[in-house]
Design a protein around this ligand. Structure first.
Ligand code: SME
Length: 160
């Protein structure tokens, strides 16, 4: 197993251990951001935006102060929330409409958090390194987000 695969395997186990017995979504977002920000290399911002009405609203995060509200369809996060599709951007400056909360950010990985097929939040991970995120990062973070989604379903008696 590659070092990166090992790391994501370990982070997956730690995420399960951290959130499995806890139903509070905000508390879980806070701990998952802290865990990932501490363990992933070369990240300058990592956190959640929650979908509230027709906007994404800043949730638990690690890093510098950030934009509070992002309209749907705007920026990398807004596009992720609207399309429900992962956005893995090598160079955010080439992304039409990118919202520069921190001018030093160059690459971004945004994963939707879905419950019952609907986006309820996004996990945004930023790096100052161009092309920082590869397919393995995308898959590793997606598995962690899946655990997060399953936790919400299990604790709220919802259908996935
Ligand atoms: N750059 C993001 C906005 C969020 S911040 O980077 C924390 C975007 O374009 O959606």
């Amino acid at each position: 197993m590659s070092k990166q695969a090992e790391l994501y395997n370990e982070l997956l186990g730690q995420t399960k251990a951290l959130i499995n017995d806890e139903s509070d979504i905000i508390a879980n977002m806070a701990n998952v951001s802290a865990l990932l920000f501490e363990r992933l290399a070369d990240i300058n911002w990592l956190g959640f935006y929650r979908l509230v009405g027709d906007k994404l609203v800043l949730g638990p995060f690690q890093g510098k102060v950030a934009c509070i509200r992002i309209p749907l369809g705007q920026g990398v996060c807004g596009v992720c929330a609207t399309t429900g599709e992962i956005q893995r951007i090598d160079n955010v400056h080439a992304f039409d409409g990118h919202i520069a909360c921190d001018a030093t950010t160059n690459a971004e990985l945004v994963i939707p958090v879905k419950v019952a097929g609907k986006v309820i939040a996004v996990l945004d991970i930023d790096s100052t390194t161009l092309g920082r995120f590869d397919l393995q990062d995308q898959q590793g973070i997606s598995s962690i987000v899946k655990v997060f989604e399953q936790n919400i379903v299990a604790h709220n008696d919802l259908k996935a």
